[in-house]
Design a protein around this ligand. Structure first.
Ligand code: HEM
Length: 183
């Protein structure tokens, strides 16, 4: 992105292509992070679980770059411009939600935070699925005529989300033990 910018490839209007590329890389990283869990279930691929944090942080980094480009190149750091843009483009709220979730996950991804959160760490990190849903909303909401990007990311993200539905305890069927205790 930096090379393309300085080689003049994106001129005269670098904002739009840079927004596009940063957003696409952030979304690709989310797809990759969601893919890692099912892949690590395969014995020969177990080792890739060590890259989960790296890929998650990459998603967060690109999402922040996307925000930075929006604030500087799109909005020119004008808060009045941003507030009128927020009225025009409500899909930005879905993007902000995804970004905030990614930020919380990045901050709580250290070993120290893992220890501090204990049993709560996993439920907190399941919020990555809500981030993926927010990204899908962000992409479809902004579609005008070209559905290519929204469609391709949905093709990857939706099956990965469906595959992990069992991770949400409120969707889980009561286990044998809990059925017994209900009686
Ligand atoms: C503060 C958070 C965010 C803001 C303000 C924001 C804003 C925007 C805006 C204004 C566009 C349209 C750009 C244009 O007109 O060409 C856009 C596109 C895009 N955003 Fe975001 N976004 C945010 C978060 C995210 C996140 C977290 C992701 C993915 C993980 C993402 C992925 C994308 C993608 C892939 C596009 C291109 C869509 C297309 O061209 O069809 N955005 N975003």
């Amino acid at each position: 992105m930096v090379f393309s910018l300085f080689s003049g490839r994106y001129f005269p209007d670098p904002g739009k292509p840079l927004m596009n590329v940063s957003g696409i890389w952030a979304s690709v990283s989310i797809v990759m992070v969601l893919m890692l869990t099912p892949l690590t279930k395969l014995k020969p691929l177990r080792f890739i679980s060590r890259y989960r944090r790296f890929v998650g942080l990459t998603a967060c980094l690109y999402a922040f770059l996307h925000l930075f480009i929006y604030l500087v190149l799109f909005a020119g750091l004008s808060w009045s411009w941003i507030s009128s843009d927020l009225v025009e483009k409500p899909y930005i709220y879905a993007g902000v939600l995804a970004l905030l979730i990614l930020l919380v996950l990045a901050v709580t991804s250290t070993k120290k935070m893992m220890k501090r959160l204990g049993r709560n760490w996993k439920p907190v990190h399941r919020f990555v699925y809500f981030a993926a849903l927010a990204v899908i909303a962000h992409l479809w909401w902004q579609v005008k005529s070209d559905i290519t990007i929204a469609m391709w990311f949905s093709v990857f993200l939706v099956p990965l989300l469906v595959l992990r539905l069992d991770q949400f305890s409120f969707l889980k069927k009561p286990s044998f033990k809990s059925k017994k205790s209900l009686r």
